[in-house]
Design a protein around this ligand. Structure first.
Ligand code: NDP
Ligand code: MG
Length: 383
């Protein structure tokens, strides 16, 4: 029987690659719904090719062509995620938009392929508890977490998670180089072609920070047992250490098609988009090094936020996202993203166990404060 799937964020980097996977998998999947933000031309192309029963966009619904059921905004996402015809939903939007629809899908007992890491960073405790109560599987799409998922047989026997990081475009550059980096340089990731927000986070290694928090929630692992290692070739996608010291790693040439395919097909595996065969001899050399915590300060901040828990990761996520947007608009420098985030983070009152409404209130307040700080202290001053 065909698996019914909906994709939230179908027009983005993960969304478009997911559609390539689904196309390659032939008649194994049927697309129930596609949801996008504002890229109407792309969603119209996708409708013509994949014939979803439902489409949701954040605006300009009247410009959507070829689908009888066009939904709009957050309500549209909620409607898609409460449709129990879905066998699986791929959460491929970026930012906080994914959180509420994910909770709705879980409440409706729909399995999730999760790319949207912000969902777990903002509300990992709530999301994972709800998933457990509803016996819903959350299969990670993020390549490191997907790798770990593939390595684990029995989580109770795992003593450590080892998350690899390519190091981004500034790995061997100086702090001065980073300070003067242009938007173009920050977006030139050496290994992965991704959306702009995650690409900037990969340049500052904040993305790895978010992934530490994501891993803590997905695999219920203490922060003391989550390590990060720099691995510029991005061939070892991550590893786990068992209690007896054995290390199991997942290896493959870098491509997001493979983790996307793994997550939406789980627990089955199909050839679909097959990775080029891996040759140890051709690769010849794999490098690993410790991260430079003085240069990539976000790593320590993320460990701190994760260990603090509660509102701390919500603040970290929101302040960083607003600062990244300001950098992409050319209002601040790359290194200011950390300064701003750290400033907001260390001055925000801590709340221990926020519920979902409180999380969204904190998120809103942090974004407001971050933008005020940017316009007061940074914008147009040091560019
Ligand atoms: P992109 O910026 O490329 O795509 C974001 C998607 O979200 C677009 O389809 C966009 O639509 C959609 N979107 C924006 N606003 C809304 C809205 N209001 N309602 C519905 N959809 C909306 O991001 P990526 O694909 O790079 O990343 C997506 C998520 O996956 C992020 O959380 C990221 O951290 C994670 N991830 C990404 C990886 C990658 O390789 N790209 C790897 C690992 C994780 P539109 O363009 O139409 O506005
Ligand atoms: Mg990743």
């Amino acid at each position: 029987m065909k698996r019914k799937i909906s994709i939230i964020g179908s027009t983005g980097s993960i969304g478009t690659q997911a559609l390539e996977v689904i196309e390659k998998l032939g008649d194994r999947f049927e697309i129930l719904a596609l949801a996008a933000g504002s890229n109407i031309d792309k969603i119209n192309e996708q409708i013509a090719k994949f014939h979803p029963k439902y489409v949701s966009v954040s605006k300009d619904a009247d410009k959507v062509i070829g689908c009888d059921n066009v939904l709009i905004g957050q309500e549209g996402l909620e409607e898609i995620c409460s449709n129990t015809q879905n066998d699986i939903i791929l959460m491929a939007c970026s930012g906080k938009i994914g959180l509420k629809p994910t909770l709705t899908a879980i409440k409706n007992k729909i399995n999730i392929a999760l790319a949207n890491k912000e969902t777990l960073v903002m509300a990992g405790d709530i999301v994972m508890k709800l998933a457990k109560e509803n016996r819903v599987s959350i299969i990670p799409v993020d390549s490191e977490h997907c790798a770990i998922h593939q390595c684990i047989k029995d989580i109770s026997q795992v003593s450590k998670l080892i998350i690899t990081a390519s190091g981004g475009p500034f790995l061997h550059k100086t702090v001065e180089d980073m300070k003067n980096a242009t938007v173009e340089q920050a977006l030139a990731h050496p290994r992965w072609n991704m959306g702009p927000k995650i690409t900037v986070d990969s340049a500052t290694l904040m993305n790895k920070g978010l992934e530490i928090i994501e891993a803590h929630h997905l695999f219920d692992m203490d922060y003391d047992n989550i390590d990060v290692v720099i691995h510029p070739q991005s061939v070892v996608h991550s590893a786990i250490e068992y209690v007896d010291g054995s290390v199991i790693a997942q290896i493959g040439l870098p491509s997001m098609h493979i983790p996307i395919q793994y997550a939406i097909c789980y627990p089955e595996r199909f050839e679909g988009i097959k990775s080029k065969s891996f040759s140890f001899a051709d690769i010849a050399r794999l490098d690993f090094e410790k991260p430079d915590y003085d240069k990539f300060k976000f790593l320590s901040l993320a460990y701190n936020a994760g260990r603090t828990g509660g509102s701390a990761t919500v603040v970290l996520n929101a302040a960083d996202e607003e600062a990244v947007f300001a950098f992409l608009r050319g209002e601040i420098k790359l290194y200011d993203i950390y300064q701003i985030t750290e400033d907001i983070y260390s001055n925000f009152e801590h709340i221990s166990n926020p519920d979902i409404d409180t999380i969204f209130e904190i998120d809103k307040e942090v974004r407001k404060k971050t933008n005020e700080l940017i316009s007061r202290r940074y914008a147009c001053l040091n560019i």
